[in-house]
Design a protein around this ligand. Structure first.
Ligand code: SF4
Length: 297
């Protein structure tokens, strides 16, 4: 198994009728989210993941990682639910690193110990820590008791052990006003980057249309972010204009094409070793241009 990222070959298909480069073709996804478990110890009311209680078996998850890596995918985001509730989290992270992935893990921080932080640091695994409010009161209202202090503790441990971390903030009606304060806090915490994620009508959030952002709200979000971008690495993840752009693999092997408001099963990577590649190559299932834009904007 290779340990270095492969050079990326992007094919641009030229349309003679319109004189435009109409299609982008990528040989493999640039990154895949692998949900190793649906279980989470929190019950954030706006959760887009919609925990259902499935825990991936270590053997199946390793098979999935091998398939995704063999297809050429350079980066793997381990996600959930809460990944650190998985009983074999360290073994799975270790395996992903051995396969040669650049690995990140999305976490609330609740179950992350200092030992985990050191473990991740020595393997160049990047923690993406979720924080939705700039102080205890606001974050508690959105994510529950103790959530703010936990993130502060993990951030402190990451600084102490020189582990670069990212803050992921899901932005919805109840924290749109706090974007500036979140950005300022992220800088103070010395996060490597802060990503504002536009809430998607998926999971529990699907039944809460009142917390979704309007076009005007998203314009405001972008304006705020532009100001902070002058001094810091900060981004917006907005799937509305990038349909079928995210590749998610479920604990049972289901391959998901994710859009802003859709979460569609397009295959299963455990059923057949070649299905992952075939599904990725099908332009009806994944939009390569939208996928690429996540990594260049
Ligand atoms: S948003 Fe994250 S921490 Fe909250 S319930 Fe969902 S998976 Fe758990």
């Amino acid at each position: 198994m290779e340990t270095q990222e492969q050079d990326l070959v992007v094919t641009l298909k030229y349309d003679r009728m319109t004189h435009r480069y109409a299609k982008v073709s990528l040989p493999h996804p640039l990154s895949v989210c692998l949900r190793i478990t649906d279980v989470c110890n929190r019950t954030c009311y706006h959760c887009c993941s919609g925990p259902s209680g499935n825990i991936g078996k270590t053997r199946d998850l390793k098979r999935l990682m091998t398939t995704i890596r063999k297809a050429g995918t350079p980066r793997l985001n381990i996600t959930g639910g809460e990944p650190f509730t998985h009983p074999d989290i360290e073994g799975l992270l270790e395996y992903a690193v051995e396969l040669g992935f650049g690995v990140s893990v999305t976490t609330s921080g609740d179950r992350v110990t200092e030992r985990h932080v050191i473990f991740m640091g020595t393997r160049q695994i990047k923690p993406d820590v979720s924080l939705d409010g700039p102080d205890d009161k606001i974050n508690r209202a959105l994510r529950g008791n103790g959530s703010f202090d936990r993130v502060m503790e993990v951030a402190s441990q990451c600084r102490e052990h020189s582990v670069p971390f990212i803050l992921n903030c899901t932005i919805q009606q109840h924290n749109l006003l706090h974007v500036d304060a979140l950005a300022t806090l992220g800088k103070q915490l010395l996060a490597k980057k802060i990503t504002f994620i536009v809430i998607r009508p998926q999971g529990r959030a699907k039944s809460l249309p009142e917390i979704l952002l309007s076009d005007d709200d998203i314009r405001v979000l972008h304006e705020k972010v532009e100001l902070h971008r002058k001094t810091w690495t900060i981004g917006v993840m907005d799937l509305r204009k990038q349909p079928r752009s995210f590749v998610v693999v479920e604990p049972n092997g289901d391959i998901i094409a994710q859009s802003h408001d859709e979460y569609v099963t397009v295959g299963n990577a455990l059923r057949d070793g070649t299905e992952f590649r075939e599904v990725w190559a099908d332009p009806e299932k994944f939009d390569h241009k939208s996928h690429l834009l996540h990594f260049v904007t």
